[in-house]
Design a protein around this ligand. Structure first.
Ligand code: DI6
Ligand code: FE
Length: 403
């Protein structure tokens, strides 16, 4: 029998069910990287207690599931601080993109960077997220925009997952922007993206497929072609939808059973209905809303009323959300988007896991991965309350304490 380790003296917020799932005097029993049992310490069955080989005292800390950042563009070269200055002087994000700046400038810097440099900068960023309790991280490509450079970025993402105590999910976002060598030939570029996908998938580099469906990105018809290529390989899709305008992207993505539709500031009722029917998660990205000084709010009340699960993520990227604090995003989801603290915390745990198609994490329950965080907090609503403070005490990843 595999050894059992008992993590005791915890105040648990399991997030299992509709509420916080609070259990005072709680304990977790971990077996081989998974949770074998969770509950009130006094209720631990005798036969399990007899098999415990290691005990850890959590000192009465609040314990939640490990955090999940379900939408990041973590791998890229350079930064865009000068573009930020231009925008502060009045230039719009779209105008900068149309003039060949924006995403394209990061593509140039990413292509110029070698794999080790990309790994070094991305792992520094990943460590910043991990320090705040992130145990699962999604990483998109989308700044290479050639087969070779997209593969390089996805390899870097995979390497992060091998070298750090962190679970990494990769998403191919070849349809992020039109690279300069395809200027005026967007349909040809989409053909290329659809050809690259099987090659990248064959190298084990792709867990999901995404696109930027927008007037400065790709049309719904082009997005559909990318999704058909994904479906042919059995890969799940997600979409940057309705960020700057309503393109009907969410409904399109939902018709492909999308795991999630992300951004959604301009989402309409049809999109909400389609997402509800497909079971797609709405991924809210308050960092991009804030940094673009957007004023159109995503339709939170309507999403809530429709029962569409809402996740919250950093959208970390150099152009529209250069932030590395998932807890700050939880706070901003409340102040800017009017989520409740419970919704915000579900958004960075259980619903974020669902946005990645993962059902083995995001709550504290038997059978779930043993990824959890001990916090110097009284109540889990404080996760969305403090900002600029890191209340992490200890993080356990796959049953082992992270240094
Ligand atoms: N929407 C975003 O907010 C990021 N990508 C996207 O499709 C921004 C990417 C960037 O500006 O570099
Ligand atoms: Fe994004």
């Amino acid at each position: 029998m595999t050894p059992l380790s008992l993590w005791r003296h915890a105040r648990l917020a399991t997030l299992d069910g509709d509420g916080w799932g609070q259990i005072d005097d709680g304990a977790l029993l971990v077996e081989g990287g998974h949770i074998a049992w969770v509950g009130r310490a006094a209720a631990l069955p005798r036969e399990l207690a007899a098999r415990v080989t290691a005990e850890h005292d959590l000192g009465g800390a609040l314990v939640t599931p490990g955090l999940v950042d379900c939408h990041t563009h973590l791998v890229y070269g350079g930064h865009r601080a000068s573009e930020f200055e231009l925008r502060l002087q009045g230039a719009s994000y779209e105008a900068i993109a149309r003039a060949g700046g924006g995403i394209r400038s990061t593509v140039a810097a990413t292509r110029a960077a070698d794999e080790q440099a990309l790994f070094d900068s991305a792992s520094r960023r990943a460590r910043a997220l991990m320090a705040e309790g992130v145990t699962t991280l999604e990483v998109k490509s989308g700044y290479g925009l050639s087969l070779e450079a997209e593969a390089r970025c996805l390899r870097v993402a995979r390497r992060l997952g091998r070298h750090l105590p962190l679970a990494v999910r990769t998403t191919f976002l070849g349809a992020h922007a039109l690279p300069p060598e395809f200027e005026g030939r967007a349909d040809d570029y989409i053909t290329a993206v659809c050809e690259w996908l099987p090659a990248l998938h064959a190298q084990g580099l792709v867990d999901a497929v995404d696109a930027f469906c927008e007037n400065i990105g790709f049309s719904p018809a082009q997005t559909r072609r990318v999704f058909e290529a994904a479906r042919a390989l059995g890969l799940p899709v997600k979409l940057h939808a309705e960020q700057l305008s309503d393109q009907g992207g969410a409904a399109l993505a939902a018709s492909f059973g999308a795991l999630s539709c992300d951004h959604l500031e301009h989402l309409g009722d049809d999109g909400i209905r389609a997402m509800r029917q497909a079971g797609s998660v709405a991924v809210l990205l308050p960092g991009a809303y804030y940094f673009l000084r957007e004023t159109k709010l995503p339709p939170i009340a309507a999403l809530r009323q429709a029962g569409v699960p809402m996740a919250v993520s950093t959208d970390h990227n150099p152009g529209t959300s250069p932030g590395l604090s998932l807890l700050l995003m939880a706070s901003m989801a409340c102040t800017l988007f009017r989520l409740t603290p419970l919704e915000a915390v579900q958004g960075i745990t259980v619903h974020a896991a669902r946005a990645l198609g993962l059902r083995d994490r995001g709550t504290l329950a038997p059978g779930q991965r043993a990824d959890f965080v001990a916090w110097d907090l009284d109540h889990p609503n404080e996760l969305a309350y403090w900002f600029g403070r890191n209340p992490v005490q200890r993080t356990v990843f796959e049953g082992k304490e992270r240094a």
